[in-house]
Design a protein around this ligand. Structure first.
Ligand SMILES: C[S@@+](CC[C@H](N)C(=O)[O-])C[C@H]1O[C@@H](n2cnc3c(N)ncnc32)[C@H](O)[C@@H]1O
Length: 308
């Protein structure tokens, strides 16, 4: 109950802070638009910015050597608008240039840390449905980085919201437990973490790993670089509660806003390309027609006055 009241209070506070642009897809450069967003008002940022030098024709590529300089002023705005307990998820992957992987993502992480961000975690998006290919000096790239940044060590994280079925491994593994499996086995690397395999007997749901196995989006033909709605959906569940505010400053075709609406969260999407903002708006409207509105959900969850 305490949690629900807390959510209701924080939601009301956020909405007071962010009246303008709440539940909007805004056309513009995110650097300009975010100047109008109050500090500490966003619960989660999930985004996939343009990749360096790629897709130049569709929306203006940035040269890999210029990427860090291009991105950092935007990251400073993200830092300002994110709540102290909020999270920033950055979907990014460096291309190979002149036969080797470019280092701009690594440089970006180091620079962001210098500017106050904590690089808390790196998730991996494993693209389940990639088709094969042949390159002279490497194999098909089948994964992308999902970098997690925070402003402080204590951030909002609702791990139970993303629990997953225990999976096939459990049947054989848990039927043949060794003596070590029955006691807490401390990490040999001295990390302080330990595991007791026997804890998972009779569990149907377990905590997931930091690898997301998701198919790439093939049905959305109007934007060339979309991520699947399941990707922002997973992070929204993990890092926000109903009524919280999710920002995607490079919204593209609107995938993050669609996921936010489906889950009863508020959204703010920004794109520099007007056609993409129109596309996003169309997708969001369709989603709103499919799922009950946030206002309806809130009255179901919390009663008409927003608390229980
Ligand atoms: C990789 S796409 C995002 C795709 C999105 N995740 C989706 O699922 O549809 C990056 C988007 O960033 C937009 N963009 C590029 N520079 C921008 C800027 N400075 N401010 C806002 N949007 C920008 C592009 O127009 C493009 O739609």
């Amino acid at each position: 109950m305490g949690m629900i009241r807390e959510d209701s209070r924080s939601t009301q506070a956020s909405q007071r802070g962010l009246r303008r642009h709440l539940d909007e897809i805004v056309h513009g450069d995110c650097e300009d638009v975010l100047k109008e967003v109050p500090e500490d008002s966003i619960d989660l940022i999930v985004t996939s910015p343009p990749y360096a030098d790629q897709r130049k024709k569709s929306y203006g590529g940035i040269r890999p050597d210029d990427y860090v300089e291009w991105f950092l002023p935007k990251a400073d705005h993200f830092f300002r608008v994110l709540k102290p307990e909020g999270t920033f998820i950055l979907n990014i992957k460096e291309p190979a240039v002149n036969g080797e992987r470019h280092t701009y993502v690594i440089e970006l992480i180091l620079e962001m840390r210098r500017r106050g961000w904590l690089w808390t975690e790196e998730f991996m998006w494993h693209k389940k449905n990639s088709y094969p290919g042949k390159w002279p000096n490497r194999f098909r790239n089948n994964w992308e980085r999902l970098l997690q940044f925070n402003k402080q060590k204590q951030f909002k994280m609702l791990q139970e919201a993303v629990m997953a079925p225990v999976g096939g491994w459990a049947k054989n593994r848990l039927a043949n437990l060794s003596d070590t499996d029955k006691v807490r086995d401390e990490s040999r690397a001295g990390s302080g973490f330990g595991k007791r395999v026997a804890n998972w007997i009779d569990r149907e749901m377990v905590y997931p790993t930091n690898v997301l196995h998701l198919a790439t989006e093939s049905s959305n033909k109007q934007h060339s670089a979309v991520f699947p709605v399941a990707l922002p959906r997973w992070f929204i569940k993990l890092f926000t509660e109903p009524g919280d505010i999710v920002l995607d400053p490079f919204i593209g075709s609107g995938s993050t806003a669609v996921a936010a609406v489906e889950l009863g969260r508020h959204y703010l999407g920004i794109d520099i390309n007007r056609e993409f903002t129109e596309l996003s708006n169309r997708r969001v409207k369709k989603t709103q027609m499919r799922v009950p509105s946030l206002a309806e959900r809130r009255s179901t969850y919390y009663g008409d006055n927003g608390c229980q």
